[in-house]
Design a binder for this molecule. Structure first.
Ligand SMILES: [Zn+2]
Length: 505
């Protein structure tokens, strides 16, 4: 408790220097309601493990997470939540609600897996369960379940302690393709939420106070004319030529975009055989940059390049926006509260056996651990910095609503230090006991933070003031135009769901 008092004392000193900016003081200690939520999470361990294991054992790709979504809905419904499914045009997206009226706390739950990462759990050698099948390389089996557990724990505490408000668990599919939350946000599913709470499996414990890259994900398709490539090439118009010229144009454009921008592409369709002039071709682009406005500018230029390529080759061009996201906007008022909560609840309590398994994974990765393999510390960000002067990860996220709703994001050490997410080394850990233990710790962080939000109107007010300040300074406009439809599975992966190895198992 000494440390938290010191933090509070520091906040009081700062309050006198910067009026208003630290008015939302974090909880000095865990409230009785928080304690109720935390002990409920501990009691619920077995149910949690059942759900997280089921999702790990049934890894499903973006937009076809039928089993995972249904299992989470069942878990929430059994605990008194009302379920609305199939929201925002995605059959696996859902909203589970408990309580009524303001304030409204939203908790995000993801549950999709990644292609070709099938891997047995608890063994530190690469061994797929089904060759080429999906696997939980990002730990979303833990994610969705820990979020649902947090929402239920909040509801139990609200009921027992007579706390007013609403808790919503947003079941957000297709995170790995950055689709789910983007369309749920655009279509108003999150409207009315006061504060958003989310988390992500990681190798550290703490709260997020960083940004990410804004991103566009779009496909350009060209349509030409087929012909015998040797006998009558003059009768054909090559869509592949157009793709190649477009890529040349894009590569010359690179010099003239902000240096932090990242532009990557693959030719997802280039023709069927060399002796046929390709009548159709497709190139798939990701554009990333620190600010959304920079991505918008590059997108416009790239569309012009595609038109130029079509003109040069006498083909026709079209493009499809699959998804578009903003950079992550951290909220300092909420992150400071979250940091305090993590310190009060503490890091996961890993056993020597957990650490022994962690050590084996580390040695397979050829890494040495500084301290314990599974982190037992809490990492505190540098809160003296403000957006945009915060660390910026080079990745992107579909946690896109941070520009519309103040958001706090937690991390917990569900994998050993230095584990690359999206790898079989992550999959072998995300179904194990230490990972479950860390995820349950996050349920406690999120439930406690949610209860704090429900009972501290000044905190919510500060969080919104900070958000408004950033929106005024940088602007906000939904990056996915209204007329754009949710992509299909085939748009995202180029194949039908039934063609995925292990599908229908
Ligand atoms: Zn993830």
């Amino acid at each position: 408790m000494i440390r938290t008092c010191a933090v509070r004392a520091l906040a009081v000193i700062l309050l006198t220097v910067v009026p208003g900016s630290f008015s939302a003081l974090p909880a000095r200690e865990l409230t009785p309601a928080m304690k109720t939520a935390i002990s409920w999470v501990d009691q619920d361990k077995a149910a949690y493990k059942d759900v997280a294991t089921y999702i790990w054992e049934n890894p499903e790709l973006s937009l076809v997470e039928f089993k995972s979504s249904a299992r989470l809905q069942q878990y929430l419904a059994a605990n008194g939540f009302r379920i609305e499914k199939g929201v925002a045009g995605m059959p696996t997206a859902f909203v589970a609600t408990w309580g009524s009226g303001k304030p409204v706390v939203g908790i995000m739950g993801e549950f999709d897996a990644l292609p070709s990462l099938s891997q047995q759990k608890g063994i530190a050698t690469q061994k797929p369960i089904i060759q080429g099948a999906p696997g939980h390389g990002c730990g979303h089996n833990l994610f969705g379940t820990a979020s649902a557990t947090a929402a239920i724990a909040m509801a139990k505490a609200m009921e027992k302690h007579g706390i007013a408000g609403t808790v919503k668990l947003f079941g957000t599919p297709a995170e790995e393709t950055l689709v789910g939350k983007v369309y749920m946000n655009r279509d108003g599913v999150f409207d009315g939420t006061d504060v958003m709470i989310t988390w992500h499996p990681m190798d550290v414990n703490g709260v997020d106070y960083a940004s990410s890259l804004a991103m566009d994900n779009l496909k350009f398709r060209f349509h030409g004319k087929a012909s015998h490539a040797a006998v009558a090439p003059e009768a054909g118009r090559s869509a592949l030529d157009a793709v190649e010229l477009m890529d040349v144009g894009a590569n010359f454009m690179r010099e003239h975009v902000p240096p932090e921008a990242r532009i990557h592409y693959i030719i997802s369709k280039g023709g069927e055989a060399p002796n046929v002039v390709p009548p159709s071709a497709e190139v798939w682009y990701f554009i990333r940059a620190p600010r959304r406005a920079q991505v918008d500018q590059i997108r416009g230029w790239l569309i012009d390049i595609s038109k130029g390529a079509a003109l040069m080759t006498q083909t026709k061009s079209e493009y499809q926006i699959l998804t578009a996201v903003y950079e992550y906007l951290p909220n300092r008022a909420l992150a400071r509260m979250g940091d305090e909560v993590v310190k009060l609840v503490g890091a996961p309590a890993f056993t020597p056996e957990d650490q022994k398994f962690g050590q084996t994974v580390l040695s397979v990765m050829g890494k040495k651990s500084e301290g314990e393999p599974f982190s037992t510390g809490v990492k505190t960000p540098d809160f003296t910095r403000t957006f945009p002067d915060v660390p910026n990860s080079k990745a992107s996220t579909d946690v896109n609503f941070t520009w519309r709703f103040p958001t706090v994001q937690f991390f917990a050490a569900t994998v050993v230090k230095g584990t690359p997410l999206h790898s079989w080394m992550a999959v072998c850990q995300t179904g194990t006991d230490p990972a479950m233990k860390a995820a349950l710790q996050v349920s406690k962080y999120m439930a406690a933070a949610g209860l704090e939000v429900l009972t501290d109107p000044a905190l919510v007010k500060d969080a919104w003031a900070e958000l408004q300040q950033n929106v005024t300074r940088f602007g906000y406009e939904d990056p996915v135009p209204r007329e754009v439809k949710v992509p299909t599975f085939k748009d995202l992966y180029g194949i039908e769901p039934g063609a995925v190895p292990g599908a229908g198992k």
